[in-house]
Design a protein around this ligand. Structure first.
Ligand code: HEC
Length: 193
């Protein structure tokens, strides 16, 4: 026991303990990030497919129900399959229940700064281990860029019947006026340890 303590003390004195711990944590974090990217795909992929199909079939008014009803259902499936908590958030919200918490707000602002510095939304992601009330969690966010298809419901020039349907469902909607290439929001994931 004593020799172990001494070895730890020596390692600490040489600055090794911190170095090893840091490397181990970085390796863990990289694995968690890779896992998170997979979970984002299992949510974002089917969602985009459902949206594209509904748009083709019946236009944007018909497709609103995909975002309104299918998005939460697809998120629930991704959560059940992966064990991660999965959602979407934004600085300009359509559904107030997607509101960011303090950590998410910081990351959304970070993404906006990185975009202003010239980075493309598709490349923006951030993850770290966070301790809340003594409980460790890995939290991860990935930016969602605005594409042409999104403008039907999030753009500057939305058709009157789409506007009416959105007004009806989301009286406090702030998620309009976006242009292609803007950050529309982000996927937000949590894994409990
Ligand atoms: C047919 C209309 C429609 C289209 C097209 C559409 N959305 Fe949405 N979007 C919605 C609706 C409705 C909601 C609210 C969903 C809810 O109640 O959770 C929403 C919510 C979101 C949210 C969650 C944050 C918030 O504001 O509540 C994000 C992020 C988002 N959309 C991104 C996109 C992106 C990116 C695209 C293009 C790939 C897109 N949307 C295309 C209608 C649409």
């Amino acid at each position: 026991m004593k020799s172990t303590m001494t070895a730890v003390a020596v390692a600490a004195a040489l600055g090794l303990a911190g170095g090893f711990a840091g490397e181990a944590q970085a390796a863990d974090t990289n694995a968690l990030k890779a896992e998170a990217v997979g979970v984002v795909k299992s949510f974002g992929g089917p969602l985009k497919k459902a949206l594209g199909g509904a748009m083709k079939e019946g236009g944007p008014v018909n497709a609103i129900s995909v975002c309104n009803e299918k998005a939460p259902a697809i998120a629930t499936k991704a959560m059940t399959d992966s064990g991660w908590s999965v959602g979407r958030t934004s600085l300009k919200l359509r559904n107030p229940s997607n509101a960011p918490d303090a950590w998410e707000l910081n990351v959304l602002n970070l993404f906006e700064r990185q975009k202003a510095e010239g980075q493309s939304p598709a490349t923006l992601a951030f993850g770290e281990v966070v301790e809340t009330n003594g409980k460790k969690q890995f939290r991860f966010m990935k930016a969602i860029g605005t594409e042409a298809v999104c403008l039907h419901c999030h753009g500057k020039d939305i058709q009157p019947e789409v506007t009416a349907a959105l007004d009806d469902l989301y009286p406090d909607d702030q998620a309009r006026g976006f242009s292609e290439g803007d950050i529309r929001g982000a996927f937000t994931l949590i894994k409990d340890f």
